[in-house]
Design a protein around this ligand. Structure first.
Ligand code: 5GP
Ligand code: MN
Length: 340
């Protein structure tokens, strides 16, 4: 958390125009992009030169976010992104807890002398930042960006652009205000954002109710053909090969939310989605109750996240990864039943 002294220091640092880069985790989601662009719209009002740089592309359903056309995607703008990072006075790191999450952009950020400010809600954050607003109980990084603006006594600068961005991340990370991370404070923040003139119905539609036909058919295929149930471990998972993804013309973000269908099966307490990428298997795990998938992702899959939603990767082949996953479940069986 930020101490009063640190808040005063940050307020002073930000009182004069600075060169600022905002970055977030690879494969950015609604919270990553919403928090980055929400913070962007706040900082530009204070006269700073600000650029959001993402380590990888992000889903098209987020392109409507205000300020989207200013975002640099690192692999497509390496020279410019490197220069901006090198020249930056301050680098804001949003919605991730370890620099590993920056993928190829990591060495660029690691080797700068800029002041690093972390705003994040993941478990066990690294110690790299100079300033850290890290709160694992927060629903989303967007909620924390709102708190950050509030701590700097700048609520008067909140506007519709900021509100649209922040509402997006709160909505996506809380599963439309239903996950246990949703608190009374989350609702108070959302209420304030709504008062700034956003159309929440349009935001929900843009993100949750717009599917390409390919995505919908991939979901249908995954549920009807690929959902595997392991009743003894109260676990369900979906695994998709590269060929299967290609068959449905997979685009970034198309499998977002699939894992929640697996978790919704009666009696299931742990769910997984395994997708085969070019040089690794991407893993998404979800759980119910107090059972922590963060532990499994940290211990076996070079990842982490939250208690009930975490991710990681494997360099093994898809089938070997699934075998590994199934082989670690007995270690957790008792807790899945007890805590899930
Ligand atoms: P998802 O499964 O939707 O990709 O991610 C679930 C949560 O786990 C998110 O909060 C995300 O930031 C985190 N997460 C996903 N993949 C990784 C990973 O490879 N490493 C770490 N540390 N966190 C991850
Ligand atoms: Mn988040």
């Amino acid at each position: 958390m930020l101490t009063p002294t640190q808040i005063a220091e940050l307020k002073k640092i930000l009182s004069k125009p600075k060169r600022i880069v905002i970055t977030t985790h690879k494969n950015p989601d609604g919270d990553a992009m919403g928090s980055s662009l929400g913070l962007y719209h706040y900082l530009i009002q204070k006269g700073h030169a600000v650029t959001v740089v993402t380590p990888t592309p992000y889903p098209k359903f987020l392109y409507w976010l205000p300020g989207n056309n200013t975002v640099l995607v690192y692999p497509e703008n390496k020279t410019k992104a490197r220069r901006l990072a090198k020249e930056a006075d301050i680098i804001f790191c949003l919605d991730f807890n370890t620099l590993e999450r920056l993928d190829e952009f990591m060495p660029v950020i690691k080797n700068t002398s800029a002041i690093k400010v972390l705003i994040d809600h993941h478990l066990e954050p690294d110690t790299f930042p100079n300033y850290s607003l890290s709160k694992i109980k927060a629903s989303s990084t967007c909620e924390l960006v709102y708190d950050f603006i509030s701590l700097l006594k700048d609520k008067a600068l909140l506007n519709k652009d900021i509100a649209e961005c922040l509402y997006t991340g709160i909505m996506t990370d809380t599963g439309s205000f239903k996950f246990s991370c949703t608190s009374p404070h989350t609702h108070l923040v959302a209420a304030h954002l709504m008062k700034l003139g956003i159309n929440h119905t349009v935001i929900h539609n843009n993100i949750l109710d717009s599917n390409s036909l390919d995505r919908l058919r991939l979901l249908g295929y995954s549920l009807s053909q690929k959902l595997k149930i392991l009743p003894e471990f109260h676990t369900a998972y979906i695994a998709l090969t590269k060929e299967e993804l290609q068959q449905y013309h997979y685009k970034t973000g198309d499998t977002e939310g699939f894992v929640n269908y697996a978790l919704s099966v009666d009696g299931i307490k742990v769910a997984g989605l395994f997708t085969e990428k070019d040089n690794m298997i991407k893993i998404s795990l979800r759980s119910t109750g107090n059972f922590s998938v963060n532990d499994i992702c940290r211990k076996y899959f070079k990842g982490g996240g939250h208690q009930n939603a975490a991710g990681g990767m494997s360099k093994l082949l898809l089938n070997d990864t699934l075998q590994q996953f199934e082989s670690v479940l007995p270690e957790y069986a008792e807790n899945i039943v007890k805590l899930g």
